[in-house]
Ligand binder design. Structure first.
Ligand SMILES: Cc1ncc(COP(=O)(O)O)c(C=O)c1O
Length: 418
């Protein structure tokens, strides 16, 4: 399986400490591609990626090239098509539909501040969305006069249902709604929203609307991207922003913003693009051409060795297989959730159902603050995190960088906190 994936062991971890030999040889070879400290159990891979070997090597080669001759390197890689093509192949879309960003946040702000909103328009979003969505929307509303309506998709995360979430959105659409701004996987609770069902409900509401009145479904996809085996067509949304430096294991400071080809001309960049389209028109004192995805990639120089190395991360995932990645992450998360669900002193907030959860597990322990739980786990060399939301839970993320033994260690230490 993974052997065929071409992820041959290269730099085996120096020492596995007292951890038992993993029975999952193929997945061990995947884990061996990371230079993570074996002193820790890394349950927070979802925050910021450790670069796997192929990504490290690609970055290093490009860094050398840039250090030897920055200008020639710049000219050689001027055309970002290879990066956009790699992302497009992974996402099942066309390269021309992708803007390159530095993060999820940059993608969301680029999108929401670029939309043609005006006073009287309504943005429908939810109380579950991350700071990056909510603040981008607030800034967009402030500038355009559009209003924001925030709804609840579920009262208790553990009792959320796909039908209930889609229905909540469907019911909240009004003739003034122009944007539905949602997050694929909530990093507050681990709930995965039914993007397809929401997009279908919006499509029904769009019947008979003019293109300008059409409601756009915009998604912060970062915690499903690199986890679930879907294409953009499967999701059915209009725009999708994600950083590539979390589950994709891309170079830190990389991200993508995808949108349907026909929608890009409706957007306006906030940061001038450095590609041919805009620059040529400016040099000739001509009006800017209609906006396309490339023109929505914020310009200026970037940490280019990271941006240009991004294809290595998509190749890493595709060599393993998107289906195998999804299966593996879900299996480890199921094991973790089922273990936690059986403990009396634990309240598991993430649904057990694979259909509405992904790679994040959120929980609380009776009588302890989430901060205290994370601190106690750190004493046992387990890195967990607290969710940066008004209501905060403990988060762990079993992923490709963790093993069954790591999940069992988390369960053992949580059990010991009873
Ligand atoms: C749901 C969600 N969206 C966006 C972000 C920010 O991502 P980035 O660092 O890529 O901007 C985070 C957290 O890091 C998140 O949890």
């Amino acid at each position: 399986m993974i052997g065929a994936a071409g992820c041959a062991p290269s730099q085996t971890r120096a020492a596995e400490g007292d951890r038992p030999e993993a029975p999952d040889g193929a997945w061990q070879r995947v884990r061996d591609e990371f230079a993570l400290s074996p002193a820790w159990i890394h349950m927070t891979g979802f925050l910021l990626a450790s670069h796997p070997r192929p990504v490290r090597e690609a970055i290093e080669a490009l860094r050398r090239q840039l250090d030897e001759n920055p200008v020639d390197a710049l000219h050689e890689h001027d055309d970002t098509s290879p990066v956009r093509e790699a992302a497009a192949a992974y996402m099942g879309v066309r390269a021309e539909e992708i803007a390159l960003t530095d993060s999820t946040t940059m993608g969301l702000a680029t999108l929401y501040l670029g939309l043609p909103l005006k006073a009287g328009d309504e943005i429908l979003t939810t109380v579950h969305d991350h700071y990056s969505t909510q603040e981008s929307l607030r800034l967009a509303a402030e500038r355009t006069g559009a209003s924001i309506r925030k709804i609840t998709l579920y009262d208790r995360a553990s009792a959320a249902t796909a039908a209930g979430m889609a229905e909540a959105i469907a019911k909240a659409l009004t003739p003034a709604t122009r944007v539905v701004a949602i997050t694929w996987v909530h990093s507050s609770s681990g709930v995965k929203t039914p993007v397809r069902a929401i997009a279908d409900a919006v499509a029904a509401a769009n019947q008979g609307r003019t293109p300008e009145e059409r409601i756009l479904v915009c998604v912060d996809g970062v915690h499903g991207f690199g986890v679930d085996d879907v294409t953009m067509a499967d999701l059915g949304c209009d725009f999708f922003a994600a950083g590539c430096h979390k589950w994709i294991f891309g170079p830190r400071g990389t991200g993508v913003l995808w949108g349907k080809a026909e929608l890009w001309p409706r957007l306006r960049p906030s940061i001038p693009h450095f590609g041919e389209e805009g620059y040529k028109a400016w040099m000739r004192a001509q009006p800017a051409p209609p906006t396309n995805a490339n023109m929505m990639s914020p310009g200026g120089f970037h940490s280019f060795e990271h941006r240009w190395a991004l294809p290595a991360a998509f190749a890493f995932h595709r060599r393993i297989g998107k289906d195998k990645v999804a299966e593996r992450i879900h299996a480890l998360n199921r094991r973790c959730k089922e273990g936690l669900a059986g403990m009396k002193h634990v309240t598991l907030h993430t649904p057990l159902d694979d259909g509405i959860s992904a790679g994040l597990v959120c929980f609380e322990i009776a009588g302890m603050t989430p901060v205290a739980v994370v601190a106690r786990l750190r004493e046992k060399k387990i890195i967990a995190s607290t969710a940066p939301y008004a209501t905060s839970y403990v988060r762990v993320a079993p992923s490709l960088v963790t093993s069954e033994a790591d999940v069992e260690a988390v369960l053992r230490e949580v059990r010991a906190l009873a």
